[in-house]
Design a binder for this molecule. Structure first.
Ligand code: HEM
Length: 310
């Protein structure tokens, strides 16, 4: 839709490397503030509700959609969970979740686009005012896409990455001493930390043979990026978290035509989170990793809480 409307460049400009750089300092500041507020409490904390999730919500407002109130974030979180609940909810319930998201943006996308801030929805709305074709329906559809592609992925991944780091205190200690190790740590987090509980569907456009398995044109193959990221034929000792590892790139953002266009922004967000944790040493899980409870049936996994303390 954006390509036809001549707005693809606005999309990449608002989501790509320059956007990531533009928002980098703000994201770091936000991560610092959230973790600093938790540290001041001097007791047990929940790093999901107090850190990872509000950081992802802040990015969604600031960079993607414009100023959402806390109540709006809570509503959209609940409806997105329902829409992306691939077991435990009926198809009708899932559809109702999606319909509510569309209803919300039908009512609010224009208001968000015209509100304060320099975010992607505003850029798209402004560009369309000059180029023409993005009417209210199209704008609200894009807002829903940005929410579904950007929010549950970011919040689920940040939570998972926080847990990975807490399970590897030696990495956090090294990062505290040498923040230059952050970029390689972010890449290893993207390889090691699973996000999706399902698999991406791909329809073969021609007959193929993958590792001895024939796939005919028109057949659907289920592709698990998580399994690929832990493939022992591609990664040595794949189930160990080794930020210093050399070797092939990961598939944390997919590959090919569907490669995640939000990857630069996501990397800035994860970097902000890692830096904030590295600056405050001594953070540890207060339960065994196996005792962490997860929301069940979500396509993008997310824990119910990450109990921790300093
Ligand atoms: C840590 C956060 C994120 C992770 C791990 C992630 C991961 C991914 C992955 C693996 C894919 C490919 C899915 C497939 O092959 O079917 C994807 C696609 C996509 N991502 Fe992300 N993503 C993240 C954040 C974001 C953000 C913040 C946005 C911003 C809106 C975004 C927008 C998209 C879109 C629009 C697609 C679909 C691309 C297409 O099909 O052409 N992602 N993402």
């Amino acid at each position: 839709m954006l390509r036809e409307a001549g707005m693809h460049s606005v999309f990449t400009e608002g989501l790509g490397a320059r956007a990531a750089r533009r928002h980098e300092a703000w994201l770091c500041d936000r991560a610092e503030t959230l973790l600093g507020d938790l540290a001041e409490r001097r007791g047990p904390v929940d790093l999901a509700a107090g850190f990872a999730e509000p950081l992802a919500a802040a990015m969604t407002s600031r960079v993607l959609l414009g100023e959402l109130s806390a109540e709006e974030v809570a509503l959209l979180r609940e409806r997105t969970d329902l829409a992306l609940q691939f077991c435990g909810a009926t198809a009708a319930e899932q559809r109702a979740g999606l319909i509510d998201i569309h209803r919300f943006f039908t009512a609010h996308a224009r208001r968000l686009a015209e509100g304060p801030g320099d975010h992607l929805l505003k850029r798209l709305a402004q560009a369309s005012a000059e180029a023409g074709p993005l009417d209210d329906a199209a704008l609200s559809e894009i807002a829903a896409l940005l929410l579904i592609a950007g929010f549950p992925t970011s919040s689920g991944f940040l939570c998972g990455a926080v847990i990975t780091l807490l399970r590897h205190p030696e990495t956090l200690a090294r990062l505290h001493g040498d923040p230059a190790l952050v970029p390689e740590t972010v890449e290893e987090l993207l390889r090691y930390t699973p996000l999706s509980t399902g698999a991406a569907k791909r329809m073969a456009t021609q007959d193929a043979d993958i590792d001895g398995v024939p796939i005919r044109a028109g057949e659907v193959a289920m592709v698990s990026l998580e399994a690929a990221n832990h493939d022992p034929n591609a990664f040595e000792d794949p189930d160990s978290f080794l930020p210093e590892r050399q070797g092939p790139g990961h598939l944390g953002f997919g590959h090919g035509p569907n490669f995640c266009p939000g990857n630069r922004l996501a990397r800035s967000l994860i970097t902000a989170m890692v830096l904030a944790m590295a600056r405050r040493p001594g953070l540890r899980l207060t339960v065994e990793p196996e005792e962490i409870r997860w929301h069940e049936g979500l396509f993008f996994r997310r824990p119910k809480a990450i109990p921790a303390s300093w």
